[in-house]
Design a protein around this ligand. Structure first.
Ligand code: 5AD
Ligand code: SF4
Length: 454
């Protein structure tokens, strides 16, 4: 059976890493002759690209698979694939629980998506999970695949996969494996190609971008080369910032323990890097930070932010925070609140701790009751949302560079993103789509801005 003319639909859960993997899967299926379906109901191939960072992912997945079961009975040619972190983690369990799934593949063999679907057509159900991205398999790295991008102007670039930290709450090291950085020249070449295709904004992705290149240097040394072990992320920012056509650089996420002053200096001195630092705090209590194995205390975190603010004018700081990690007392939580008050975040993601089986946090004593977590999250979010609103309001009267992404809801309206990522609505001609234009901010809500062309 040929795939020509077939339609695929991919549902993505979770982070930007997954969204980027989805783009890669889409490009492979298109290369195989398929086109994107308007909805899951129209698709001949359904791919669920899963996430397992927080709870409920499993319930959502099996719920979704349950819904697809009848469709598979009605149409035996329908192919169902489960990809991503939950597939990596639960592997054989998925087909055992949902026998109508044709293909299960993990985070290290995204490049095999089309082949596995093809094989399953003749051979029946397949589960293929690799433990790590094979360094010597050039195809396994994101750059090896042409990417079908969600935007004509902005692209994601994976600089590093996996993570060598062992934060006690986090499942990522178990599913994405050890840290593997992509070679410097390969990355720079990829961004150059993107710029050549008209991309003006890149977002560099990694679990711990400050340690980018550490494994490259270690490997080069093992191979007998005389290289210095040194942080390479700042150099990467500067080099990409020099590429013609790249007007904006974003990145996520850095780690407070590894963030050196060189990165803030590179941000300040590289015009293309947005004045935005997303620095996960997780907790403001030294005791909890230590239980979490985060490798820094609140004072170190505050110093990192202070140094960045002193170096980068108009810097906006955003964060991730977890409440209710095992052992967190009311006094610990209040320290988180004080830290947040002291810093003043432009926006944030905040979560109730959720047990990830197999992580150290899961077997720690003094798990925090659900109602206590909910109550703390509410108090924290009240504070964070007030700060977010205040930050957005503080932009009124300023002129911000906005990358125009598309036309707005009505004719003559445009929608774009500020350097700080807020969606920004203003009037203007469609011909401005793809350009970076100055917009005078005249109004602010919690999640978006309005303005007029300056
Ligand atoms: N429970 C709650 N939040 C979590 N995160 C990661 N693991 C967990 C967990 N088990 C949050 C962290 C991280 C973000 C991506 O997700 O804040 O920075
Ligand atoms: Fe998870 Fe910590 Fe690695 Fe981030 S740095 S991916 S939170 S283990």
């Amino acid at each position: 059976m040929t795939t020509q003319g077939q339609q695929y639909f991919i549902r993505t859960y979770g982070c930007q890493m997954n969204e980027h993997d989805t783009e890669r899967i889409a490009s492979l299926l298109q290369a195989d002759g398929m086109s994107e379906a308007a909805s899951m109901d129209d698709a001949d191939v359904v791919v669920l690209n899963t996430c397992c960072i927080r709870e409920n992912a499993d319930n959502k997945l099996y719920g979704q698979l349950g819904n697809l079961k009848q469709r598979k009975i009605d149409n035996p040619n329908l192919q169902i694939a489960v990809a991503g972190c939950l597939a990596q983690k639960d592997r054989d369990e998925i087909q055992a629980r949902a026998g109508h799934v044709d293909v299960v593949f993990g985070t290290h063999n995204v490049h095999r998506a089309a082949e596995l679907l093809e094989l399953a057509r003749t051979q029946g159900p397949i589960t293929e999970i690799l433990e790590a991205t094979a360094r010597d398999d050039a195809l396994a790295f994101p750059s090896a695949l042409p990417v079908r991008r969600e935007s004509d102007h902005a692209a994601w670039v994976t600089i590093q996969i996996g993570c060598d930290n062992n934060c006690a709450f986090c499942i990522v090291p178990a599913v994405r494996g050890p840290e593997v950085s992509r070679p410097f020249d390969q990355l720079v070449g990829e961004v150059r190609d993107l710029a050549g295709e008209g991309i003006s904004e890149v977002t560099l992705l990694g679990q711990n971008v400050n340690s980018y290149g550490r494994d490259l240097a270690i490997n080069a040394r093992r191979a007998g080369e005389d290289v210095r072990l040194r942080p390479m992320f700042a150099e990467l920012l500067r080099t990409i910032g020099d590429i013609n056509g790249i007007r904006r650089i974003r990145y996520t996420s850095p780690h407070p323990k590894d963030m050196g002053p060189d990165v803030a200096e590179a941000m300040a001195e590289t015009a293309a890097v947005c004045e935005h630092l997303h620095m996960p705090l997780q907790s403001g209590s030294d005791r909890v930070l230590s239980l979490m194995h985060r490798g820094y205390n609140a004072e170190r975190y505050l110093r990192v932010i202070e140094q960045a603010r002193a170096t980068i004018p108009d810097l906006a700081v955003t964060t991730d925070i977890i409440v209710g990690f095992p052992g967190e007392t009311e006094a610990d939580f209040e320290q988180t609140m004080r830290c947040v008050e002291e810093i003043g975040y432009a926006s944030s993601f905040s979560f109730k701790y959720s047990i990830r089986p197999g992580t150290p946090g899961a077997s720690m004593p003094r798990q925090v009751p659900e109602d206590v977590k909910s109550e703390r999250l509410k108090r924290l979010q009240d504070l964070l949302y007030t700060q977010q609103m205040a930050f957005n309001k503080s932009l009124i009267g300023r002129t911000l560079d906005v990358l125009v992404e598309n036309g707005g809801r009505d004719d003559g309206q445009l929608f774009g993103r500020s350097p700080y990522l807020q969606g920004t609505h203003f009037d203007g001609d469609e011909s401005l789509v793809g350009q970076i234009v100055p917009v005078l901010i005249t109004g602010a809500g919690r999640n978006s801005l309005t303005g007029e062309l300056a």
